[in-house]
Design a protein around this ligand. Structure first.
Ligand SMILES: Cc1ncc(COP(=O)(O)O)c(C=O)c1O
Length: 437
């Protein structure tokens, strides 16, 4: 049976529940190498998304594929819920080594990032013997009940599915409209009026607010949150699912700010392309739950962990932290050159190869969702996978192995698209096809 993009799209609409996908373009990928993808119609693309920042080493990595093949032949998996295999233990040790917590640490595995957010909520509640959880407006933490309750980014993540978990409180994340001082004041005011701090188990943050548009907070906000946590015995949980493992030029994004969390939550890239989530944290907190309060038959099985180990080995060997910074600087400069030419490019920000670029209305400086959607739509057509967040921020997160020539090629595509957009050559009809968040 031969597949085409169209046939696969029809299959999606007929057989897959619509909540499974945020639609951007009816493209179906067939194969990939590094930062290059091919769809089922044979069209080539440069990937600026890395499968939502989950393929940091790019596509079709032969070393990982070989390690997975050998492990599957030997023993595909045996559940860690009852017995040991060596790979999860080795991976846990390695993750403890790279996690920037002073003192003893331990790891708790899950099958996804979302489930690991739930793990962090359970751990914080068990350790503190308190129930209340603070998270931020604009956060995306995932789809399980704990993670979705902590999120506050989309009404569709609330509608029809309630009641959600009790005792969650959302506060403002600092951005250009909200100073870090005001954001901290909100929490301190709440602590004096309606939210007893001695009942708060955790403050859950994204070190850079990913799906809200890669908004990086001032360091002072993170320092102040750390101080609040220390003052009241609250667990500081850092969601690193999108940004850990070199995406921002460090193993963990929070390291860019010189602040230490108590629990770090990982997902996406940690499994080297296979499904895995993990919480790495202070040993005393990690020891506060008893089995089986958080175990999954398939979590951290031998094959997934072999992929995760090989992924880390390759990253260390390639020095992906350094690569991420160098390539990120290169791309940011290219965007700055484009901004000289196009007045609808607003703020350009980011760490390493995680860059947010705002598309604005040059008259008002406000975000311009229609322009952004048109630009992304046209990029797909011309062979560049580039999506937007929060209506008007381009999400630039290519695989860390992207070649310089590929970045040049991608930026040439983008410049051509922006030229056509500014000359009114991209019609409004495309807006009915591209939806996004
Ligand atoms: C910051 C952040 N947290 C949590 C999640 C949820 O991870 P998963 O989809 O692996 O469950 C995501 C996924 O997009 C994310 O970006």
């Amino acid at each position: 049976m031969s597949f085409s993009n169209k046939k696969i799209q029809q299959g999606l609409e007929e057989f897959v529940a619509s909540t499974q996908q945020i639609p951007y373009s009816p493209v179906a990928f067939e194969k990939g190498r590094g930062a290059i993808l091919f769809d089922h119609d044979g069209k080539r693309y440069i990937d600026f998304l890395s499968s939502a920042s989950s393929s940091n080493l790019g596509h079709g990595n032969e070393e990982i594929a070989k390690a997975v093949y050998e492990q599957m032949l030997n023993l595909t998996q045996y559940t860690l819920a009852y017995f040991n295999t060596s790979a999860p233990i080795e991976l846990a040790k390695k993750l403890c080594e790279i996690t920037p917590i002073k003192g003893e640490k331990k790891v708790l595995f899950s099958t996804t990032g979302s489930a690991s957010i739930d793990a962090s909520i359970k751990l914080a509640r068990a350790y503190t013997k308190r129930s209340k959880i603070i998270s931020m407006i604009g956060a995306y933490h995932g789809s399980t009940y704990g993670a979705i309750t902590a999120s506050a980014l989309s009404l569709n993540m609330r509608r029809k599915i309630g009641p959600l978990l009790p005792d969650f409180y959302h506060f403002r994340y600092p951005d250009k409209n909200n100073s870090w001082q005001d954001c901290i004041k909100d929490i301190r005011d709440a602590f004096s009026m309606y939210l007893p701090p001695e009942e708060v188990a955790a403050i859950l943050i994204e070190p850079i607010s990913g799906d809200m548009g890669l908004v990086d907070p001032p360091r002072e906000w993170l320092v102040a949150l750390r101080e609040i946590c220390d003052e009241y015995g609250i667990v500081l949980v850092c969601d690193e699912i999108q940004l850990a493992l070199s995406r921002t030029g460090k193993w963990f994004a929070l390291e860019n700010f010189g602040v230490e969390a108590d629990l770090y939550v990982m997902g996406k890239s940690v499994g080297g392309g296979l499904p895995l989530g993990a919480v790495i944290g202070r040993k005393d907190i990690m020891e506060s739950l008893d089995a089986p309060a958080h175990l999954f038959t398939m979590a951290a099985n031998a094959t997934v962990c072999v992929a995760g180990l090989k992924n880390l080995e390759i990253m260390e060997r390639m020095d992906t932290n350094k690569l991420s910074v160098e390539k990120g600087d290169y791309l940011k400069k290219k965007f700055e050159v484009l901004r000289e030419k196009f007045d609808f490019i607003g703020d350009i920000r980011g760490y390493g190869l995680s860059i947010g670029v705002d598309i604005i209305d040059p008259q008002t400086g406000e975000k311009n969702p229609n322009a952004t959607a048109k630009i992304c739509y046209e990029c797909f057509k011309r062979g560049l996978i580039l999506i937007f967040l929060n209506q008007a921020t381009l999400r630039v997160q290519p695989p860390l192995v992207i070649e310089y020539e590929e970045m040049d090629e991608a930026m040439n595509i983008l410049e051509g698209v922006m030229n056509d957009y500014s000359n009114g050559k991209i019609g409004d009809e495309v807006l009915s096809e591209i939806k996004g968040w």
